[in-house]
Design a protein around this ligand. Structure first.
Ligand SMILES: [Zn+2]
Length: 416
């Protein structure tokens, strides 16, 4: 079987012929060059309007990178024709395997983009002997295609979240779709201001009327915009964000207490206990379990905060908003008497958002517990990987690519 035969099977372009396959030399070693010519009698098509047009002249041969074979780079070599189009003037012809200006064939771009979901962009570049920039452009194209072809009707539930990027200095606002059976990153914008979220609702436009649930954190700018723009939807403060406020409070209490104990010359009981206190008991390792049991014997503020949080987990098991509300009130009263300032702060915050919190129970079953948390973790991972990029554009592309559940053209699956 010859390479030409394989190409005609997997990547056939009527109007063009694979003429000759030969060795080429690239900086990295041998490569495979495939010469392409127009099929006799087939006129060139204008890249502006797509009409068959009279030939004008032929440009020098150019290389288009194709999917590598046996670890060797493959390039199509083709001399582009220029046409004299009745409506567009003298322009270069349209070819089916690539966009006029790109040196990357569609097939290779989608191939790289698919690998970029599994590996970092740098790793993809190294594995397929190409540059980081090429991988970035490939992913950018896949994302642009996906965004242009995705289905946007029937969005009934969304979650608004924030993500740190640029080594923790800047925020992004991300909006996820949480509609049953369709969970994905829907939209993102810079910063976490009111204006940011207004940007989302402007983009959403008329589709806002379909919205029934909005999940978010207690971040004021978000609360204000959601109340104004989606007042008809049930606004829910989700479990993940509430519990992460509590974990932050525990962390604060523990850090301060550890410093105080040390300053007063007490044995460092709190040393290396950070994860013991932050983890849920069921997630502790075999080694950590007895250490937590030992730690709980001390009547420390850290321990009391930990127990308050564990007690609060019970809140989420209620079915009726009324009973959940009673539990919440009791928990807040108790916590406000604890004299542990970071925990009291959480209690005050929960109390002032009582109604939004109880909406969780009014929407019971429609939004699953782990969804927002799962997205948040993945987004963190992606932006951490993306710290090397520095630009907002790169982070945006990376997030849509990994979390957008974007559609892909049919042909993408041929090579990977
Ligand atoms: Zn034209």
């Amino acid at each position: 079987m010859r390479i030409k035969t394989i190409l005609n099977r997997i990547e056939r372009h009527p109007g063009f012929v694979y003429e000759q396959v030969s060795w080429g030399e690239s900086a990295e070693g041998p490569s495979i060059e495939v010469r392409v010519r127009p099929r006799a009698g087939r006129p060139a098509r204008c890249s502006g309007c797509g009409e068959a047009s009279a030939g004008y002249d032929t440009l020098p041969a150019r290389r288009f990178a194709f999917v590598p074979l046996w670890g060797m780079p493959v390039a199509f070599v083709y001399a582009m024709r220029r046409v004299d189009c009745a409506s567009c003037g003298v322009v270069v012809e349209r070819v089916p395997w690539a966009d006029g200006k790109h040196r990357l064939t569609h097939s290779f771009a989608h191939f790289l983009a698919r690998w970029a979901k599994r590996l970092s962009w740098q790793e993809v570049a190294e594995a397929f002997q190409t540059s980081w920039d090429t991988v970035f452009r490939a992913v950018e194209r896949a994302v642009a295609w996906g965004l242009a072809h995705r289905e946007l009707s029937g969005i009934t539930a969304i979650g608004v979240d924030e993500v740190l990027w640029q080594r923790g200095y800047r925020f992004l606002t991300v909006v996820y779709e949480l509609t049953a059976g369709r969970r994905r990153l829907l939209w993102m914008g810079r910063e976490r201001e009111e204006a940011t979220l207004h940007g989302f609702f402007d983009w959403l436009g008329e589709r806002v009327t379909a919205l029934r649930f909005v999940c978010s954190d207690m971040w004021k700018p978000y609360l204000r915009v959601v109340a104004k723009k989606a007042g008809h939807a049930l606004h829910i403060l989700d479990r993940f964000h509430i519990m992460s406020h509590m974990s932050k409070a525990i962390d604060e209490v523990r850090a301060k207490e550890a410093r105080d104990l040390k300053a007063h010359g007490y044995a460092p009981v709190l040393k290396h206990t950070r994860w013991l206190l932050l983890k849920r008991p069921e997630n502790l390792t075999e080694k950590q379990e007895p250490r937590l049991a030992e730690l709980l014997r001390y009547n420390l503020r850290s321990v009391r905060s930990y127990l308050l949080r564990e007690d609060f987990q019970f809140f989420w098991t209620y079915v009726s908003p009324t009973w959940a509300g009673r539990f919440l009130d009791r928990w807040c009263t108790r916590t406000l008497r604890s004299q542990i300032e970071p925990m009291k702060k959480v209690a005050r915050m929960l109390r002032s958002h009582r109604e939004l919190l109880l909406n969780w129970f009014r929407a019971k079953g429609t939004i699953s517990n782990g969804t927002v948390e799962g997205f948040n973790n993945k987004a963190k991972l992606t932006t951490r990987r993306a710290f090397g990029f520095r630009t907002y554009r790169a982070v945006e592309i990376a997030l849509y690519h990994t979390l957008g559940a974007l559609p892909e053209p049919e042909t993408t699956h041929r090579f990977c």
